[in-house]
Ligand binder design. Structure first.
Ligand code: ADE
Length: 228
């Protein structure tokens, strides 16, 4: 069974509308819908916004459903020239841009205990998702996806994340899902279509493009499931 997590309904609704033989269960306040999608067994969840909800959801999904892998679908702000609105960022790894114990001498972003800044996504999953996007004519880039409990909406914060982590996109859940998957040895990948440029214009672009971008990510995921 493949686990699919989105933060918001707008990132999940259309995917769920294509599911068959569904069964619903609420665990830890999260509604899990399992069933088949494009002929594959899946379990889906809308986790809510931010790293804590994302971690809660990923851990609960792993314990309750033992997914073979988890894919996070949704939208992100772009941090690089290759990704414009509607393009898709595929994670090679994830970082938490708001994790900071540097006053104690650590590198910015270090996850104490694990002792890493970047957590690797599953490379086969990432490559297959990127290849699928190519066949659909969707522009993608693969690289570091940065998560934090903030909507990035200034040139200064964007520059900090780009320069510190060389990230290609920013969002608010992927790295939390990645950390939970990492400690549980569950392969994961973050798939995010670009809804805004994570700068002074993002509060205008995001509401305009969020639905279209969310659809783009769902369409790619459905195509991937059909062929994997
Ligand atoms: N998700 C979509 N756009 C985002 C942004 N600019 N910052 C954080 N999360 C996002």
């Amino acid at each position: 069974m493949i686990g699919i997590i989105a933060a918001m309904n707008v990132e999940m609704d259309s995917l769920r509308s294509h599911m068959e033989n569904t069964e619903t269960e609420v665990v830890s306040g999260i509604r899990f819908v399992r069933g088949t999608l494009e002929g594959k067994e899946v379990v889906t969840a809308v986790c809510g916004i931010g790293k804590v909800f994302a971690a809660l959801c990923a851990q609960t999904m792993i314990l309750r459903y033992q997914p073979e892998s988890i894919i996070n679908t949704g939208v992100a702000g772009t941090l690089c020239d290759e990704l414009s609105i509607g393009s898709i960022a595929v994670s090679s790894s994830v970082v938490q841009h708001d994790m900071d114990t540097s006053p104690l001498g650590d590198p910015v972003g270090l996850i104490s205990g694990i002792n890493k800044v970047e957590l690797p996504a599953n490379s086969a999953l990432a490559q297959n998702l990127s290849a699928c996007a190519n066949t659909m004519g969707i522009k993608t880039a693969s690289g570091v996806i940065a998560s934090g409990d903030q909507f990035v909406a200034s040139a200064e914060r964007k520059a900090f994340i780009t320069e510190t982590f060389h990230a290609i996109a920013c969002e608010m859940e992927g790295a939390a899902i990645g950390q939970v998957c990492y400690v549980n040895h569950v392969p994961f990948c973050i798939l995010r279509a670009i809804s805004d440029s994570a700068d002074g214009s993002s509060h205008m672009d995001y509401p305009t493009f969020v639905k279209m971008a969310a659809e783009q990510s769902v369409n790619l995921l459905r195509r991937y499931l059909r062929t994997c």
